[in-house]
Ligand binder design. Structure first.
Ligand code: ATR
Length: 289
């Protein structure tokens, strides 16, 4: 157990609610593994108190913060600076202390990028199918454009939400390589093999016997499927991808790498592949309980 003393640096998570977060476990594990004198704690911040909380954290010499629901967009108004990708996405999940205030980053997306690269996959020149058009899907869509996907097909139950995202992507990147479809219209996607990213909430614990699309014909088109969900660790989407010969991954790697990216930004050290594997093992055990 880490000994807290007068030199211990504090990092934390701001959100509401925060009780079910895995972030303290992850960051305190990394601090222990790397021998860094850092403690990470959850801060529940009530509606209306975000600005005070960020100013207070800065005054208390807090080294870094993660930001979660419902504050990922709102926090942008409380920053000294913002990373260009986070700015385009319009969502920040990591704050790094600098002279005069915090600078915001989106390590959810750099973490997803790193998770994909770590498995020998890529987004560049891929034809991507993105399922969902909520907050998480929106960020993934920006990452796909940022990293040079060849074409992005956004499938969503509510077409208008997917259209809004597509419009924002066209504006931000000046390209017309995004197509929007309803969930049942996947057969309009040209024949081929696709990288699919599952960013709906369907399949989460409680709805684990469901997938947003369940037709066999859809899964024939997928060479690799990444579900952003990590609880349960094996979702119906993943089972359907696997049973049609594709490779499937859950959201644990993305969770791990968003934390690693944040930890590296705060401390300036790099986390080795070996520590990352140990952390993934620990996370798989914890989420399986
Ligand atoms: P998050 O922040 O996790 O992205 P969200 O913004 O509430 O959460 O988005 C949830 C996503 O899951 C949306 O794409 C939503 O589809 P709609 O835009 O049509 O609401 C999708 N979703 C949720 N329940 C669904 C269901 N039963 N069937 C299909 N899609 C569903």
């Amino acid at each position: 157990m880490h000994q807290i003393d007068g030199k211990t640096r504090v990092c934390g998570l701001i959100g509401n609610p925060v009780e079910h977060t895995l972030s303290p476990m992850i960051h305190n594990f990394l601090a222990d593994e790397m021998g860094i004198d850092l403690a990470y704690v959850p801060f529940e911040v009530k509606e209306g108190a975000l600005g005070e909380a960020i100013l207070g954290a800065y005054a208390l010499n807090v080294l870094g913060l993660n930001i979660t629901v419902p504050y990922k967009s709102q926090v942008i108004g409380c920053l000294k600076g913002i990373d260009p990708l986070a700015k385009k996405i319009g969502a920040v999940n990591t704050l790094v202390r600098q002279d005069g205030g915090y600078v915001g980053y989106n390590t959810d997306m750099t973490g997803l990028r790193r998770a994909i690269l770590s498995q020998g996959m890529k987004i560049k020149d891929e034809n991507v199918i993105l399922i969902g058009a909520g907050g998480a899907a929106r960020a993934v869509a920006f990452l796909c454009m940022e990293d040079g996907a060849s074409h992005v097909w956004i499938l969503n139950r509510t077409l208008s939400k997917a259209e809004t995202i597509a419009g924002q992507l066209r504006n931000a990147y000046g390209k017309d390589n995004v197509t929007v479809l309803s969930l049942s219209d996947y057969d309009k996607i040209p024949k081929g093999k696709y990288l699919a990213l599952q960013a709906t909430s369907v399949g989460l614990k409680g709805k684990s016997d469901m997938a947003a699309i369940e037709d066999d014909a859809f899964y024939e088109m997928i060479h690799t499927g990444i579900d952003l969900i990590y609880n349960p660790t094996n979702t119906k989407f993943m089972r359907l991808v696997n049973s049609h010969g594709g490779k499937a991954y859950n959201g644990l790697m993305m969770l791990a790498y968003q934390a690693i990216d944040a930890f590296e930004l705060w401390t300036g050290i790099s986390i080795s592949d070996e520590v990352t594997s140990r952390m993934l093992e620990m996370l798989s055990e914890k989420t399986a309980q």
